[in-house]
Ligand binder design. Sequence first.
Ligand code: CA
Length: 510
Amino acid sequence: MRENNWGLLSFLTTGILGLFLNLNLSAQPVPIPVPAPGANPAAPAQKPKLLPPPKPGEKRGPDTPNIILIVADDLGWGDLGSYGQQLIKTPYLDQLAAEGMRFTQFYAGAPLGNASRCALLTGKHTGHSYIRGNRPASLRTVDTVIPMYLQGNAQYETIALGKWNLGSKGTPGEPFKKGFRHWLGFVDQTHANNHYPTYVWRYEPGIKGINSWNGDVQIHANSKGQRNAYSTDLLTKAALNAIRIYQPQWYKNYSPFFLYLSYTAPHANNQLAQKAGNGMEVPTDFPYSGEKWPRPERNKAAMITRLDTAVGQIMAKLKEYKLDEDTLILFTSDNGPHQEGGNNPAFFRSAGPFKGIKGHLYEGGLRVPMIARWTGNIKPNTVSEEPFAHWDVLPTLLSAARVSKPREIDGISFLPTLLGREQFKKHDFLYWEMHEYGSQQAARKGDWKVIRPAPGKALELYNLKRDPTESQNVASLNPEVVADFENFLRTARTRSVLWPITQPKETARR
Ligand SMILES: [Ca+2]
């Protein structure tokens, strides 16, 4: 009997998903590929024992928190009010920080999106991860990511929305082959950068093949050059629906959800920028219409404020469903601010006080906002100055979900810090590499940071405490510190076939 109830309820929820975005689903769905056996490291799910419905007034919920991981695209450390932004309004993210914890020394996995997102989801820094650069590549079957651990006995419903960039259609890196049971988003970078997409790629497993879907969903509101459905709003709508549909319920044994919400703002639409000079695409420059700023800056500010409003809507939805105490929210960005789409990152001091932007191993390219809220568990209005990085997110979330962590990762759990306990495990070294203009490496230990601008070149050394803007290379004054880093760098990375260490190409002198 219970089996039948389960089937019916699952069918009903899947049916509701047809309304996920109120999109036209009249096209024929295509067959769904079955994930490779052994691709999922989580133990097979045991059938949950269903308890009777709660009595009136009885409070029950999931044993481990829902998790919402929100990632902005190219949002700088200095773009939020809680991080010192003076001009761009971000009241909801500031409220999120006031209700939780804000990290001042949190690092992206890489100064560019794809490598950074790979580190975020795999728990490995770019010396060990598979995707270490920005040209398209797919995660392999052997690469394990956060949602794969949250399925199985942890009973998480897993949803990914928005920018993925870790495997396009037909590759082993498709989101639904990497542990996300529900997926809606963009095929690649060009698709994601268009803030008025004419279609989205959607995956739903359905129940025993009924209501299953894997393919494109047309967005008629944006067809024939119309610009009616903005990507930030679309993703927010899908996220609100996902929270409504997958919130823990007694008839699903309060199984929690993991929502990876990967916004495309405030990334520039670079194709539009080539044509029009302004790639900071947004429906309106409200509330900055009256400002005498250059138009791309007005638009950029409006994009960020609109993203902030989206987070506010999600916060309101959680409150409406009384899920604040049952939900851990993390908000971060994939890399530092860009200089694309006609905007100048210096205009709003988007990188805060730091040197460098997206694509640089200086702090401005790597340091990103990180805000965490888990009502009743994280003390409000707290700030952590401990250095952590995106590859720490996997072990942290698995700890919160009480799932054992894999050994072959670089990350450490910062859950003790979140919960106000002593953080025994700390980083010795942090490591980054990038390969866009020839190979470059960087590492941090304590207050020291080194950058190797090209293979074989001497290390630049900075003391971040005394010199947070990395303006004084003190390598020659501290040979023993440099030697320590040189030692570390000898073993910091494994070889990568796709991203070998290369010299920068000789560029024509002008
Ligand atoms: Ca990015």
